[in-house]
Design a binder for this molecule. Sequence first.
Ligand SMILES: [Zn+2]
Length: 290
Amino acid sequence: MPEPVPEPVPVRGTAPAPRKTPGAAPAGVLAWSRALPAPAGGRAGRGAALAHTSRAGGSWRPPGAGPVPGPYDGLDLALHVGDDEAAVRASRRALAEDLATRGARGVRYLQQVHGADVALVTADAAGDDAPDVPAVDAAVTAAPGVVLAVLVADCVPVLLADPAAGVVGVAHAGRRGAIAGTALRAVEAMRELGAREVSAVLGPSICGRCYEVPAALRAQVAAQDPVMATTTWDGAPALDVAALVLEQLVGAGVRAEQLPGCTAERADLWSYRRDGAASGRFAGLAWVPA
Ligand SMILES: [Zn+2]
């Protein structure tokens, strides 16, 4: 089935933050999205939608396009990385306004801790001023309009959906979260909500050629999860986190695919490994349209 291409939606009501380099008019907030309609004749599901943002979409301009860009220039959605809070709030508003045109009523950001806990998010917690979901790396919901958001800059954003059941989930999988099976636990939680056929999309993350690690760490990981052990093009020890997540999901009966794009190699994606502590975050998103 051909993938629907979303129309660019202009950003409204986002005053440029003082610290941002002025840029060209944003072409849209979402870097990728996919609508998953409920199959005809199925159960009462409302369908589902998956998406992710990128560094572009706000006031970001590519390096070399003018004055030296600031480290947080672009659509940064994270309140915990040292960026200007007003700028992040403006970026979150821009995203919420875009998503409101796609059946969303509010965005719930996870306050991630590299663990394996899963939160059940209900309609009671929706709304534009809903608080972040504390201390979890995965969340599920069957509440229409509630957008679940994981924030990443190299870790794997795992987007989960059963459009027939109207159940979605997200997981944030770095090295530790992947080993802990965080995405699998989200799938289990979705099945408790009635999901039967879960499909997964892995958004952009740092690739197995770029995520260099000490040899001792790779050896330790390889002893338990050999699919994650790899090498850089230069032959240095490295890890491929997404490979483990894919292996886990497929093993659990989930149809899983990985989107193209390595965060460390693409300037329009945030990368902690490339940019260090002064790096923003982009979001992986899943929701049941209201
Ligand atoms: Zn790479």
